[in-house]
Write a protein that binds this ligand. Structure first.
Ligand code: MD3
Ligand code: FE
Length: 226
């Protein structure tokens, strides 16, 4: 009786890398989930839209209210974009660099964000803001809370692309211990409800080369800000 397992038949719907690593859901907190590999089937359609957004609103290093240049370079699309300068953190409908409205949110961005929110148990997510963070080796984001949104009832959806990073997921107080969560190309994380105001950050990015994005990590963060 032959007992060799048949190799999986790839009908061409998924790349071999997706057959080996099916999407998995990891529990980070009561209302936060890592959707491993969730965006892999979307990436090919997302990247050209990302390029168009960045052509209209290029990455730039913004100043914190304290006068320091952020190591992460930022851009935005959608009705509202997050900005910072000497006068504070805020959402604005106008890109301060171009003095024009931020580029519209591409439909494929909105669809991915809504689908990911739904997979994590948040139905009807309607983001009006997509912050685009660009990390080069050494860039980091210190522990902080996201508090500039008008109400905290909507979840936040984040998509990681390119080089891997270690995400820090803390508690409701800065001194609470934090979990270290590696985030890889195609991973999506959804935070909401009781986890919405938890402290979080990103450790300095390690040097490396990603096959599709090169020596950088790009993070898209979808919010309902207004
Ligand atoms: C956890 N960005 O832009 S993902 C940020 O990877 C930010 O670029 C990180 O923190 C990055 O503000 C982390 C986004 C994220 C956003 C909101 C959260 C993580 C969160 C709210 C609560 C807990
Ligand atoms: Fe944040």
């Amino acid at each position: 009786m032959p007992c060799n397992p048949e190799p999986p038949i790839n009908l061409g719907l998924f790349a071999d890398s997706e057959l080996q690593q099916p999407p998995r859901i990891e529990v980070l907190g009561p209302q936060s989930r890592v959707l491993r590999g969730f965006a892999r089937p979307w990436v090919e359609r997302l990247l050209p839209s990302l390029d168009s957004v960045l052509a209209a609103a290029p990455f730039r290093h913004m100043l914190t209210p304290g006068g320091f240049s952020m190591s992460v370079a930022l851009s935005s699309c959608g009705k509202l974009g997050w900005t910072t300068d000497r006068s504070g953190y805020r959402y604005s409908a106008i890109d301060p660099q171009s003095q024009q409205p931020w580029p519209a949110m591409p439909e494929v961005f909105r669809e991915l964000a809504e689908a990911a929110a739904q997979a994590a148990g948040f139905n009807g997510f309607d983001p009006d803001s997509c912050l685009i963070n660009c990390y080069r080796p050494g860039a980091k984001m210190s522990l902080h809370q996201d508090k500039n949104e008008r109400d905290y009832s909507a979840p936040i959806v984040s998509l990681s692309l390119g080089l891997p990073a270690i995400f820090l997921f803390g508690g409701l107080q800065r001194r609470d211990p934090s979990q270290r969560v590696p985030l890889l190309h195609g991973d999506v994380v959804v935070w909401g409800g009781v986890d919405r105001l938890r402290y979080h950050g990103v450790l300095p990015l390690k040097d490396g080369n990603h096959a599709e994005l090169g020596g950088q990590r790009i993070n898209l963060t979808f919010r309902h800000a207004g």
